[in-house]
Design a protein around this ligand. Sequence first.
Ligand code: FAD
Length: 531
Amino acid sequence: MLQFDTIIIGAGISGLYQLHKCRDELNLKTLVIEEGSDIGGTWYWNRYPGARCDSESHTYGYTFSKKIYKNWIWKEKYPKQNTILKYLKFVEKKLDLKKDILFNNKIISARYLERKNLWKIETNKNKVFLTKYLICAVGSLSSANIPKIKGLNAYKGKYYHTGRWPKKKVNLKDQVIAQIGTGSSGIQVAPEIAKVVKKLVIFQRTPNYSIPARNKKLTKEIINNYLKNYEKIKKLIKKTPGGHTFSFPNRSVFDFSKIERDKIFEKAWLKGSLAFRACFGDITKNLKANQKASNFIKEKILKIVKDKKIAKILTNFDHPFTSKRPTLNTNYYETFNKKNVQLVDLKTNPIIKITKKGIKTKNKDFNFDKIIFATGYDALTGPLLSLNLVGKKQIKLKDYWSKIPKSYLGLMIPKFPNLFIIQGPGSPSVLTNVPVQIEQHVEWITHCISFIELNKKRSIEASLSSAKNWSNEIKKLADASLFMKAKSSWYKGDNIPGKPKVFIPYPGGLPRYRNICNKVEKNQYKEFLIK
Ligand SMILES: Cc1cc2nc3c(=O)[nH]c(=O)nc-3n(C[C@H](O)[C@H](O)[C@H](O)COP(=O)(O)OP(=O)(O)OC[C@H]3O[C@@H](n4cnc5c(N)ncnc54)[C@H](O)[C@@H]3O)c2cc1C
């Protein structure tokens, strides 16, 4: 049985950087194990038409190396899936990472051997490894969720999930296609496939707020500017709550008349960016202020979409703006003006079952050549639970997390020694421009392992009290936020039957979180059990 100092699960942005740190900085014998046949994580799996980043390209990537930052040129404001994949391949080559990655192997179990202080892990190809440190870089949006709809097995056509899109081109031309789901991926995929299909029927459970992306090619001047400002950008994205270049101003929605306010909204709408939510400081905090932004967006949609009935369904919001993942779009609302696009409101016309030929709703039987599930993920906890982790005293993570995903800082779990998580539940993760969070986590984990090694310790484990306090802190912050005003959101597990209904990520913002993590490190991990 091969033994390593560190095994990292996942070869996305997290796993690649963590491999570099453990192998090249700490000189640990390190292996990455990845289910896919290549690196890239999210950007390896999400090859659906229209897949793109909503973070601005010059902030979506690694900042730890000036050389890497300055040697890659982003050509668009919001890069496409295959551009990000090329970027990650460029980084992989620079750091010579592939030689330490095992592809096409999915971890199916990981068990802590208490006496040996080692993790024993097993893959679906019957490979077994031992390791002192196990680092989960499995992503928070990597467990694709296809809802359990009656009859799916009987369906004779092909079906796809956006997050598991095949490498081979999927033929959609002149076909009749169903799209279930209108979250971030659904909003991106619909305008692209509507261009080629005979008919696209979109099934919407709840409408989403979406701001125009207004993607554009970056001019030489813009590119030179961001390259020149590498140090500034690196500092800035560490200071803002979401790891983007924008922060929230002090000004309130209520400091302005409607005309003045709408001017500000209009400017941001025409610019197009996730920064729309930062037009005023209180949009994401105060429900009444939020309603002003929500109304502005609603009016815009009502103007774009010509069919009044469809426009009404698209604006029948049941949650405050930003209480669910904010999305950007390119012609999403305009797509509903096309003759070959139809919208089904699942609130009034729910799916009864999937049939051999298509989908039966309360009011109609549809025939489809293909079905596309843009139904999201078992977010944050799903990828970790599917590892079948077993910690001290044979405790299963599934049982340990049956009521709440207990962790300290989203980085470590009591009873699971030497097991680290990158952007795990309980960390800001999905509420941020994720690579910024990833770099912070990878660096924290690297320092922590270095501390254990330098002090010749066997193991480190989060204490029960620290995890309890952390869960309370998350609950307190979430309860005071607008996130909990969303009727149903994957941030609190509502999309997966049986999942605990608690707010999962840390909603206190990256700078506050980073300070807490830095203090823990400075105090030599006093809240942890070290042996
Ligand atoms: C469609 C989409 C769009 C997104 N857009 C943005 C955006 O605009 N801005 C932003 O900040 N973030 C965005 N994200 C979030 C995105 O996931 C992160 O930005 C980032 O890519 C996460 O990197 P990661 O390495 O942590 O995880 P991932 O990229 O998810 O990689 C995890 C890897 O672990 C592997 N893995 C998981 N389980 C196992 C197992 N049991 N055995 C072996 N391998 C395993 C997976 O195959 C995967 O390759 C988006 C996510 C999606 C799905």
